[in-house]
Design a protein. Structure first.
Lengths: 116, 112
């Protein structure tokens, strides 16, 4: 069964606007971590933001924030003030477990294109 | 500089040949992972290792093999049994209780 679901295969956003990328996850573990990565056309994976399952506050990193709704099992990424350089593939990922590493699994990704 | 290095960046292989992709990290990380990515797709887990001399199959391990003889190294062999090996391969590592997995630059494998 798919553990990470990203329902938006692609989206266009205008420069300087905010965009929300959806991510839902499925786990029975109480302890887990949620991640967002950006992959530009070069192929490298760039870490953006992390949210632990016990973190009470939503994570923020510069223009990135994670809207964590634990009861709904969603971890949406919000990019504020989009820039042309934000055009890339974005992946949501989850690692289950706390003291040992479970599988680090990824969603199918959302392709974002920022237009002038 | 600390980081994770994959080599080579591009690799061509003839059908029927085994090929080994290198992944080295100097971050002193215990966990290492191999992923496969097909065009326009997400990352699928091939194998992962939590400690030296131990590794587990991921979701698509058939046709692949790994070893973890040293903490720093986690090579992936794509065997001739892998029916569709052309893909982008990414290696990652993670420290205990870390909040980020570090990725290599990837190896693009093409079977000719």
């Amino acid at each position: 069964a798919q553990k990470i679901t990203q329902t938006q295969p692609g989206m266009f956003v205008q420069e300087k606007e905010a965009v929300t990328l959806d991510c839902t996850y499925d786990t029975s573990d109480q302890s887990y971590g949620l991640f967002w990565y950006k992959q530009p056309s070069s192929g490298e994976m760039i870490f953006l933001i992390y949210q632990g399952s016990y973190d009470e506050q939503n994570a923020t990193e510069g223009r990135y924030s994670l809207n964590f709704q634990k009861a709904r099992k969603s971890a949406n990424l919000v990019i504020s003030a989009s820039q042309l350089g934000d055009s890339a593939m974005y992946f949501c990922a989850m690692r289950e477990g706390r003291d040992s590493w479970g599988k680090f699994q990824f969603g199918a990704g959302t392709q974002v294109v920022v237009t002038p | 500089d600390g980081g994770i290095t994959q080599s080579p960046k591009y690799l061509f292989r003839k059908e029927g040949q085994n090929v080994t992709l290198s992944c080295e990290q100097n971050l002193n990380h215990d966990a290492m992972y191999w992923y496969r990515q097909d065009p326009g797709q997400g990352l699928r887990l091939i194998y992962y290792s939590q400690i030296v001399n131990d590794f587990q199959k991921g979701d698509i391990a058939e046709g692949y093999s790994v070893s973890r003889e040293k903490k720093e190294s986690f090579p992936l062999t794509v065997t001739s049994a892998q029916k569709n090996p052309t893909a982008f391969y990414l290696c990652a590592s993670e420290g205990r209780a870390d909040t980020e997995a570090f990725f290599g630059q990837g190896t693009r494998l093409t079977v000719v």
